[in-house]
Design a protein around this ligand. Sequence first.
Ligand code: ATP
Length: 262
Amino acid sequence: MTTVKLQDVDVMIEQKKILHGISFEVGAGEFIGLIGPNGSGKSTLLKTIASLQPIASGKIHINGKEVHDYKPKQLAKVISYVPQDTTLDFDFTVEEIVKMGRHVHGSRFSLNDTEGVVQIEQAMRYTGIIQLRNRSMLSLSGGQRQLVFIAKALAQETPIILLDEPISALDIRFQLQVLVMLKALSKSGKTVVVVLHDLNLASRFCTKLLLLNEGRTLGFGTTANVLRADYVNSTYKVNAIVRKDDLTEAVSVTALSPDDKQ
Ligand SMILES: Nc1ncnc2c1ncn2[C@@H]1O[C@H](COP(=O)(O)OP(=O)(O)OP(=O)(O)O)[C@@H](O)[C@H]1O
C-alpha cells in the first residue's frame, strides 16, 4: 500500500525554487534513504513530506488523502518527524521530551493511560537512553539528544517515520543500533524515510534510495540502480569507486583522494 506519494512537487523558499518537480511513491514496509550533496534539498524534501514546508505546486498524498486535508493532530498520528537540529531553547528532562511524543494520543504530561507509560518506557529502552531519563536535555551530548528525539518519535507510534540525519552525531555502535532498529520498524510495516550522508550505510540498510541533485531527483530505486559511479561522481563531484562489499554484499562507495593508489 502506498503511504507517501508526491506528484510533481515544487518548493519555493524566499522566491527561489529549492525543489523541482519531485515525484515518487513509498509503500508500507519500505525504508527509503534520501541522499545527495549538501544543499541539494534533502531536509527541505523531508519537511515538505511532514507538511512543515508549504509547496508551490504539485500534490502530496499521505495514506491516500491529500496532506492539506489533514488537521495537524490527525497528521501527527500518522507522521513523526525527527529534525536535524535537536538543540533546545528551554530545559526539559529526557523523559519529558519522550512523553511529548504521546501528546497526540491525548496523554499530555499525564501518565494515566497505561499504554502511554509502556510506549514511553519501551521507546527509551529501545534507544538505550533509559538511564538518562531524569537528565536535563541541556546537559546531554549531541548524540544523546539525537537518541532522545528518536525515542520521542517511537513513542508517537506513527505508521510513517521521517528522520533527518538521525545518526550524524552517533558513534558506530549507536549508528548501527539505530539503523537496525529502523530496519526492524520498516519490516514490521512502517514507512521509514531517512536523510543520510553515509552512502555505505544507506546502501546497507535502505530498501530504496532517492538521490537529489540541486533540488531535482537524479535517481530513485534500488541501491544498485541509484549508487552508480556516474551518478555519484557527477552529483558529489568526486572520483568514486562503486563495488560490492565482500562482507555485507551491499553496494559500497569509496571516494578516492589524489593520494590513493588506484
Ligand atoms: N529557510 C531557508 N531560507 C533560505 N534558503 C533555504 C532555507 N532552507 C533551505 N534553504 C536552501 O535550500 C537549499 C536546500 O537546503 P536543504 O537544507 O534542504 O539541503 P540539504 O540537502 O538537506 O543540505 P545538508 O546536507 O547540508 O543538510 C539550500 O540551498 C539552502 O540554502
